[in-house]
Design a protein around this ligand. Structure first.
Ligand code: GLN
Length: 284
């Protein structure tokens, strides 16, 4: 009997994953590439060839974990964000495609500034800071997190990509920033209501609660960040925050109430309110 071909294995794994994933085929391909080291092109070229037993067994084990709900990013230890391959582990949120909007926004806001100074709070894997830093050589960034184990992941990602213009700092929001002033503050803070039923579904079940959940219906951390932001912004500086699809008006109102101008909410690729920005002109 001829050995089972790569393409037959792939079909089988992707069939198994259909019950737990809406990207079953892609998941199966990612796991196969991760274990075998094969490229996309090689997957096509070798689709009639057999796979060795060790590879098959390792993939079977990963498929079984995926069936239990483990996110693909944690199974492979990697996730692509803004063209960068980033290490991830259960200490950090897996970067979302929606968050690329925050990076696009940040890059537009700092574009006119010669040597922009940027603060990224709650950096997690470092995704936002690294994406900004790798696109703006002249920028100087400070990236904070409350979780020291997350900072370790972010630091490894910076080293992996040879990005040297980010200072990583352990801080509970602004507490360790000591009078620093920035041209731009960005953050993707926790913003999910602790009672949101989505927390019991899909990948988020495996992600750190500290990075997802915020008190006060998901609003507490957005509030803390905005209420203290002006002390850490230069005159003419900007703040841009990611938030939930239903938190745009709340975030704009909070910014206006704190004396920010030019407040605006931007929609992500799914047409959901996702990022709100505001400008700090100076105290009237
Ligand atoms: N956007 C993420 C989600 O919906 C949450 C990210 C966050 O809380 N900062 O799962």
């Amino acid at each position: 009997m001829p050995a089972t071909s790569l393409s037959t294995h792939l079909k089988h794994w992707s069939k198994r994953l259909e019950s737990c994933s809406d990207s079953a085929r892609l998941d199966a391909e990612i796991l196969l590439k991760h274990v075998s080291g094969l490229s996309d092109a090689q997957l096509i070229m070798r689709d009639n060839e057999p796979l060795d037993n060790a590879t098959i067994q390792r993939i079977n084990a990963l498929v079984a974990s995926r069936e239990q709900g483990s996110p693909i990013g944690y199974l492979t230890g990697w996730r692509e964000f803004y063209g960068l391959n980033l290490k991830v582990n259960p200490q950090v949120l897996i970067p979302r495609p929606e968050t690329e909007l925050l990076v696009d926004t940040a890059l537009k806001l700092i574009q006119p500034i010669a040597k922009p100074e940027i603060l990224d709070m709650g950096t997690g894997s470092g995704a936002i800071a690294l994406a900004i830093a790798s696109n703006t050589i002249s920028a100087r960034l400070t990236a904070t997190d409350l979780n020291k184990k997350a900072l370790l992941v972010a630091t490894e990602n910076a080293q992996f990509h040879h990005i040297h213009n980010i200072t990583f700092l352990h801080s509970d929001w602004y507490t360790n920033l000591k009078g620093a002033q920035f041209d731009l503050i960005v953050s993707n803070p926790p913003y999910i209501d602790p009672d949101d039923p989505h927390l019991r579904q899909g990948d988020v079940r495996f992600e750190p609660e500290q990075a997802l959940i915020s008190a006060d219906h998901g609003c507490a951390d957005i509030k803390t960040i905005i209420e203290h932001a002006s002390a850490y912004l230069k005159a003419g500086g900007w703040i841009a925050l990611e938030h939930g699809y239903n938190q745009g008006a709340f975030t704009r109102d909070l910014l206006k109430h704190q004396g920010f101008t030019d407040s605006e909410t931007l929609k992500d690729l799914n047409q959901h309110d996702r990022v709100t920005l505001g400008k700090w002109s100076s105290r009237q």
